[in-house]
Design a protein around this ligand. Structure first.
Ligand code: PLP
Length: 377
């Protein structure tokens, strides 16, 4: 790897651009330090931790403007658990999946591998684009991915036409892991919106949260009561009951809860979801307009409307080796710009979650220009 030193004035103030775990703000770590002797290392069944869990639930309800009757449910294991949990307690018979990258494909694979379900209806589009939903009477869950983290494609969350969920129609179940907190969403358009806190919420992994509509809660309860066996860890009904008590089924990482609560407070204090969405949009405009103007880079996602405002993917011309570029950036303290490993493109992937300063995205673009110049000199 060429020894290239990026001048100080061209470097972002914070060099973390990973898509998860992602940048944690220093103030969050300071909060952790503050609580180091009183909160950390205490029982999750006692008031201090349960109060924080309640604070997180209330904060989420406020951030997303959850309508009456919606509940915030949480548990251990990260968003990946929800793919499997959904096959036990959300899909009754058959689901429809929009597949446009690795994460949405894994969600569909979980449904396909569940022997108690019918073969799912899978609508697939090549990486960099997205499929359109096909409204159908024949499914009881629409499985969407708000932001496909592997490709940098985002889709709007809209309830397909058909019988409403509260009248027994299909549920809209959204993997919002990298979208939640950075992309606009109307909770009336989903029944389950699930995510992990190590992306827009700038915390650590290991936890999942799910915003659930009354129709989703009813489905979970009915499938639980109906005798379909589920491992306790994947039984959403148990998670719902625990969450109502401001607890989790088993021990959560307290540090993750603290980091998450601090980020949530920060987002709300700054103006909530509209503020976060606007900040991510600003970062994305900087990144994509730089790539479009560049003669060696361009946005991977063809349709501007599909380009994610939180995870940007940028292709490079053959003359610029993105792997070398990422390695040089890394040696200069600018980390995790490598593309999703299985995509196999000559590409960088840049996370622009709310914690990331738009000015740092601008600095990153300047730093890339500098490195490419130095590499071709
Ligand atoms: C990161 C991510 C996941 C996996 O989250 P874990 O916390 O590792 O389980 C799932 N879906 C999407 C869209 C993601 O970005």
């Amino acid at each position: 790897m060429p020894a290239i030193v990026i001048p100080e004035h061209l470097r972002p103030a914070d060099g973390r651009f990973g898509s998860g775990p992602s940048k944690v703000r220093p103030e969050q770590v300071a909060r952790l330090q503050e609580l180091g002797r009183t909160f950390l290392g205490t029982s999750h069944r006692q008031a201090p931790v349960r109060n924080l869990v309640r604070h997180i639930k209330e904060g989420m309800a406020e951030l997303f403007g959850l309508p009456e009757g919606y509940e915030v449910v949480l548990g251990n294991g990260g968003a990946s658990c929800l793919w499997d949990a959904a096959t036990y307690r959300l899909v009754e018979r058959r689901s429809q999946h929009l597949v446009f990258g690795e994460f949405s494909a894994k969600f569909a694979a979980c449904a396909r591998q569940a022997p108690w379900l019918e073969e799912p209806m899978v609508l697939e589009a090549p990486p960099g684009s997205r499929p359109e939903v096909v409204p159908t009477e024949d499914v009881d869950v629409y499985a969407f991915t708000h932001n496909e983290t592997s490709t940098g494609v985002a889709m709007p969350i809209r309830r397909p036409p058909g019988p409403p969920a509260e009248a027994g129609g299909p549920l809209v179940v959204v993997d919002a892991t990298s979208a939640a907190g950075g992309l606009a969403v109307d909770p009336r358009e989903f029944d389950v919106y699930f995510f992990s806190p190590q992306k827009c919420f700038a915390a650590d992994g290991g936890l999942w949260l799910a915003l659930c509509s009354p129709a989703a809660l009813e489905r979970v309860e009915r499938l639980h009561a109906g005798g379909r066996h589920a491992p306790a860890f994947l039984d959403l009904q148990l998670a719902v009951e625990q969450s109502r008590q401001d607890q989790t089924l088993n021990t959560p990482a307290l540090a993750t809860l603290v980091l998450l609560a601090d980020q949530l407070d920060w987002l709300l204090a700054n103006g909530g979801l509209p503020w976060a969405v606007d900040r991510c949009k600003r970062s994305a405009e900087i990144l994509y307009s730089w790539a479009e103007a560049s003669d060696f880079a361009r946005p991977f996602v063809e349709r501007p409307a599909d380009r994610s405002p939180v995870v940007g993917t940028v292709d490079f011309v053959d003359a610029v080796d993105a792997r070398t570029l990422a390695a040089v950036l890394r040696a200069n303290g600018i980390v995790d710009t490598e593309p999703y490993r299985k995509l196999g493109r000559n590409q960088l992937r840049i996370a622009m979650f709310p914690a990331v300063d738009p000015e740092d995205v601008a600095a990153l673009c300047a730093a890339i220009n500098y490195v490419v110049g130095a590499l071709s000199a």
